[in-house]
Design a protein around this ligand. Structure first.
Ligand SMILES: Cc1cc2nc3c(=O)[nH]c(=O)nc-3n(C[C@H](O)[C@H](O)[C@H](O)COP(=O)(O)OP(=O)(O)OC[C@H]3O[C@@H](n4cnc5c(N)ncnc54)[C@H](O)[C@@H]3O)c2cc1C
Length: 455
């Protein structure tokens, strides 16, 4: 970092600029386990500081990487070209909760779970529910288009945001969207920024669309002899009109691992569906009946309501603990979050079985079946398996594209999947994306190296 930029940052961020190696190292890695050293870390607390920061970075042609809490899995917040990391942990206020208009206005560093806790007394929630909610930020959720189990009924981040305030890579600040639930004034920049991984603009404020908390929830557990039977049941459940509020699946290997965490609440079977329905008490019975009918079919072992709150909690805890548990088993696991049309899940699962055998590599599948969003985990246990896993990955994506799916349902692209983008997005769409990037960030200072493959 040159002396002029350093002086400039000191003026913009009194007491909120760190350049020592230990701090820079802490802010240089993320949950992808990749790392790179930034030149400095700043901690904005106002919109105006972010405007000055982007302008200073542009004037000095210095990369700028926005950072929430570094929980993303793709290397999206790693400063691969050095430069400045802006950590939003101090810009974390909930500015307004407006029940009449069903919206909340938040700063990007607010944690997802803190927002949900603040909304609960108002009988409202914000639907995006990543498993990492206690320690990921709204800014990170926006940038990755995060989602979770409830996305099957309530949508992911992109479906639940009304408006944004942001600073483009040009240094221009702007507002987009409206606080209303309808709006038809021009291009939808709000939806464009969501999922753009901090490569177009830095978000400084978000107006979020809220939903009333359901009055009642019922949880069902369906076990099947094999994953194909469970996948067929998912397709039947999604083809009928009562949309579940969660529809998760675990294959046999996931169940074995989940049992180690969740004990007897997690059954031993070829596959399990964890199904949740929510709504008004008086309508819920009919919805549960309709979903249960669809869940029955060839290969069903048992369909039961989770009998106690403790059972429900244990099932969800085991499901949520799976991802970290797999990391223990295989520290270099490759966790993909591919998506296919729901009716193609059986074909995807069968293809993963085949790849697992051909590459002699454990592959575990679980995830948000209702969205066709499957966490395909390749679990190499040594260097030879790791080499095979990397080779296998291209075939995983090729299968997904052949099944009309795409690379990521919620984790995003970052560095990890950047080089596979040409498989999922056709050449002319990719060229348009590059031109969009140039319009927002002509000098390429915002989160360089992420999302778009090199031309
Ligand atoms: C155990 C675990 C479970 C997870 N479960 C899920 C899950 O169920 N669903 C899911 O979707 N994800 C999940 N994730 C991934 C991760 O939590 C999400 O991607 C989350 O949205 C990242 O938020 P963050 O605050 O950590 O952002 P970071 O990881 O710090 O950053 C992510 C991206 O956001 C950008 N960014 C951050 N702030 C801003 C800003 N103000 N303006 C512009 N860009 C910004 C960064 O540059 C980067 O590109 C999980 C992660 C872990 C570790």
């Amino acid at each position: 970092m040159n002396a002029e930029l350093s002086d400039c940052l000191r003026t913009i961020f009194p007491g909120a600029l760190e350049t020592d190696a230990a701090t820079r190292a802490v802010y240089g890695y993320d949950n992808s386990r990749r790392e790179a050293m930034p030149d400095a870390v700043v901690f904005p607390s106002t919109h105006e500081q972010v405007v000055s920061l982007v302008r200073a970075c542009r004037a000095h042609q210095t990369p700028l990487v926005a950072r929430g809490r570094g929980t993303n899995t793709t290397g999206a917040s790693v400063p691969v070209e050095g430069g400045i990391v802006a950590s939003f942990e101090r810009m974390n206020r909930i500015l307004a909760i407006d029940p009449a208009n069903r919206l909340a206005v938040v700063e990007p560093g607010a944690l997802n779970a803190d927002l949900q806790a603040a909304l609960r007394p108002h009988g409202l929630f914000w639907p995006p529910d990543p498993t990492s909610a206690p320690y990921c930020t709204i800014g990170g959720n926006l940038a990755c288009n995060a989602g979770g189990p409830r996305a099957v009924k309530y949508g992911a981040t992109r479906d639940n945001v009304l408006a944004l305030r942001a600073v483009a890579g040009t240094g221009e600040d702007f507002r987009c969207g409206t606080p209303t639930t309808k709006g038809a004034a021009g291009y939808d920049l709000t939806r464009l920024l969501i999922g753009s991984e901090g490569t177009l603009a830095v978000v400084t404020e978000a107006t979020l669309k809220l939903t009333p908390l359901p009055r009642a929830t019922r949880t069902l557990r369906a076990t099947y002899t094999n994953i194909e039977a469970a996948a067929a049941a998912v397709a039947r459940i999604m083809a009928q009109p009562s949309t579940p509020s969660a529809l998760e699946f675990l294959d046999s290997e996931s169940l074995r691992l989940a049992r180690a965490r969740g004990g007897d609440a997690v059954p031993d079977a070829g596959a399990l569906l964890l199904i949740e329905a929510d709504g008004d008490e008086n309508a819920l019975g009919a919805a549960v009946d309709a979903i249960s009918t669809a869940a029955r079919g060839e290969g069903l072992i048992a369909l039961t309501g989770a009998s106690t709150a403790d059972d429900v909690a244990a099932l969800w805890a085991a499901r949520r603990a799976l991802s970290p548990a797999l990391r223990t088993l295989s520290p270099k696991k490759i966790n993909e979050d591919v998506v296919v049309p729901v009716s193609r899940i059986p074909a995807l699962v069968a293809a993963m079985r085949d790849l697992s055998q051909r590459y002699a590599l454990p592959i575990v599948c679980f995830g948000h079946a209702g969205n066709g969003n499957v966490h395909v985990n390749l679990l190499p246990r040594d260097e030879a398996e790791l080499a095979r896993a990397e080779e296998c990955l291209r075939e995983v994506f090729a299968v997904v594209i052949r099944l009309d799916g795409t690379l990521s349902g919620e984790h995003g692209i970052g560095l990890a999947k950047r080089d596979f983008m040409a498989l999922a997005v056709d050449a002319s769409a990719l060229a348009l994306m590059r031109r969009v990037k140039s319009a927002f960030d002509p000098d390429g200072i915002l989160n360089p190296g992420k999302l778009l493959p090199p031309p």
